[in-house]
Design a protein around this ligand. Sequence first.
Ligand code: FAD
Length: 154
Amino acid sequence: MDDRQFRNAMGKFATGVTVVATEVAGNVHGMTANAFMSVSLNPKLVVISIAEKAQMLEKIKQSKSFSVNILAADQQELSMIFAGQSKNQQEIVFDRLEGIPVLPRATAQIVCEVSAEHDEGDHTLFIGKVTNLKVEDSEPLIYFSGKYRLLAEE
Ligand code: FAD
C-alpha cells in the first residue's frame, strides 16, 4: 500500500476542522488539525495527534496545555492560515479561557491540560484533560476528501 492510497482512504472520514493553540513565553502558536476526538466522559479527556515535524509539538511539550477550537462554517480562511496554506498571513487576535489562547467565534473552544503523551509512528498523541469549554450556536466547517465542505441545509 502506498502513502497516497492510505491518505485517500483516511480522507474518506469526514471531520470537522480545529485550530489547536498554545502559548510559550508569551508567543501564541496555532495549527490546523482534524485528528481530534473525545476520549472519556469521566474524567473528561480528548486526544489530538501532532506530526513530529510540526512546530506545535515542542510548544505543547513545553506549555503542557492547549486549546482545541472547532471552526465555524465561515472560518475556512483561519484553517488555511494555521495550516500555512494562505498567502494572507495576518495577525490573529486570540481570546483567553483559563488563561489559554482560544479563537474568537469558534463553534467550540475547549481548553486542556496535557495528562499524557504517546509517541506513535511519526506523530505524538496528546491526551488533554478538559478544564473548561465554551460552545457557540453556529454551523461547523467540514473537511472531506481533501476539501472543505459545509453541512447541507435540512
Ligand atoms: P507552522 O507551519 O510554522 O505554522 C502554521 C501556520 O500558522 C503558519 O503559516 C503560521 O504563520 C501560522 N501561525 C501560527 N501561529 C500564529 C499566530 N499566533 N498568528 C498568526 N498566524 C499564526 N497536522 C497535524 O500534525 N495533525 C493534524 O491533525 C493535522 N490536521 C490537519 C487538517 C487539515 C484540514 C489541514 C489543512 C492540515 C492539517 N495538518 C495537521 C497539517 C498542519 O496544519 C500543517 O502541517 C501546519 O503547517 C503545521 O504547523 P506548525 O506547528 O509546524 O507551524
